[in-house]
Design a binder for this molecule. Structure first.
Ligand SMILES: Cc1ncc(COP(=O)(O)O)c(C=O)c1O
Length: 390
């Protein structure tokens, strides 16, 4: 039932993990940054171990003059097999991370003062990337196409997050077709961040934006979210528009950095051999997203939560709790670290983001502690019966 042990985590093991999620906020349950609590897929560990055993961490024997690694070939094979998206590896550019790819495109292909449409609330680095590059955020507050159409007159680009962080929305074929039509009418460049593509729950389906607007879309993706290897820093871009590719070629190659051997080996192994692990992870997360709805209904009925179509992130509307703009501060006092809603833009005021990629027992403990009243906390007991997990 649980061949990879997703439901067998203990708090002692989690607290001993050196990564940021559990280490940074000592004493709090870590339900914030978008890492899963599970160990990496065994196929990834084997690939890394194999290279260590070979005693060779030197420059790899990669074929492409641009420094591309075999992981980019596997990405293309997988794009076709899984998403019906046929792409040429010759138009793939590897980078260190997805946000770097987004910033490269913004920097090279838009100008200071250009408007960039983003569905808000938004993954915070989208907002920083626009600001830091002196572009102008053009926020769109619903997934309604009419809103994007109205915004498009003020924009040069659409920075799309599909599946969407933090709401978990998966764009439908109709929405993607509509976005492609709007981009065509208003001559928009589309930057599609599809890092959560493999974390979609049935009956929803991920459809690459590039299927709908191939000549306008730069897709940025990675194995890091679905296979839980974000620390290895490997991502790639598929560049649809010829003019964007030409612009990439016009700047020195080393401005893009060079990818890390470990990150590339891990992505290759995950994409080639990790589907059994991924299917089990998605099945577990599917149960977790519904368990969270039950737990909130029982312990925190004031919190509004729409079960996400994708991702392991829950966008919690806490406004009825009266905890102010940043409810995560109150939850931290109760012993749980969530992501701060206001970091996702002003539309996140009164919200917090909860990461449910953990075991069912840890999730029970998280919600139990979140529902602890301040008085209970100071007396060391929770309003709801604790789970007893250590
Ligand atoms: C939508 C989205 N894009 C990008 C990233 C980060 O990717 P990277 O670490 O490769 O920059 C995340 C991480 O949570 C994310 O949710």
């Amino acid at each position: 039932m649980d061949p990879f042990g997703f439901d067998s985590l203990t708090l002692d093991w989690l607290r001993a993990k050196p990564g940021g999620k559990w280490h940074k906020h000592q004493g709090l349950l870590g339900a914030w940054v978008a890492d899963m609590d599970f160990p990496p897929p065994p196929v990834v560990v084997q690939a890394l171990q194999g290279r260590l055993d070979a005693g060779d961490l030197c420059y790899p024997d990669w074929r492409y003059p641009g420094g591309g690694s075999p992981a980019s070939d596997v990405f293309c094979e997988r794009a076709l097999a899984r998403y019906g998206w046929s792409i040429d590896v010759g138009r793939v550019r590897e980078v260190n991370d997805v946000v770097q790819g987004i910033q490269i495109v913004l920097h090279l292909c838009t100008s200071a003062g250009d408007g960039v449409i983003v569905h808000v609330p938004a993954y915070p680095p989208f907002l920083h990337s626009i600001d830091d590059n002196r572009r102008v955020l053009v926020p769109v507050r619903t997934f309604d196409l009419a809103e994007v159409e109205a915004a498009a007159g003020h924009a040069r680009a659409l920075l799309l997050c599909n599946p969407h962080n933090p709401t978990g929305h998966v764009f439908t074929a109709t929405e993607l077709r509509g976005l492609a039509d709007i981009a065509e009418r208003h001559d928009l460049l589309i930057i599609a961040d599809e890092i959560h593509a493999d974390l979609v729950y049935h009956p929803h389906v991920h459809r690459p934006m590039a299927l709908y607007a191939p000549e306008r879309t730069v897709t940025v993706s990675a194995a890091s979210k679905a296979f839980n290897i974000a620390g290895l820093r490997y991502a790639l871009m598929h560049v649809g528009p010829q003019w964007v590719w030409d612009r990439f070629k016009s700047v020195p190659d080393h401005l893009f950095g060079a990818t890390n051997l470990a990150g590339s080996l891990a992505a290759e192994a995950a994409w080639r051999d990790g589907d059994e692990w991924l299917a089990a992870a998605v099945a577990h997360l599917d149960r977790q997203r519904h368990l969270l709805a039950d737990l909130l209904g029982e312990h925190l009925p004031e919190v509004r939560y729409t079960v996400p179509d994708a991702t392991y992130l829950a966008w919690l509307d806490c406004r009825r709790l009266g905890f102010g703009d940043d409810p995560s501060a109150a939850f931290a006092e109760r012993g749980v670290r969530l992501s701060e809603g206001p970091n996702f833009g002003p539309e996140g005021n009164g919200f917090a983001r909860l990461n449910f990629a953990t075991s069912s027992d840890v999730l029970r403990e998280i919600v139990s502690r979140m529902s602890t009243t301040a008085n209970d906390a100071s007396r060391g007991r929770s309003r709801s019966p604790g789970t007893g997990i250590r």
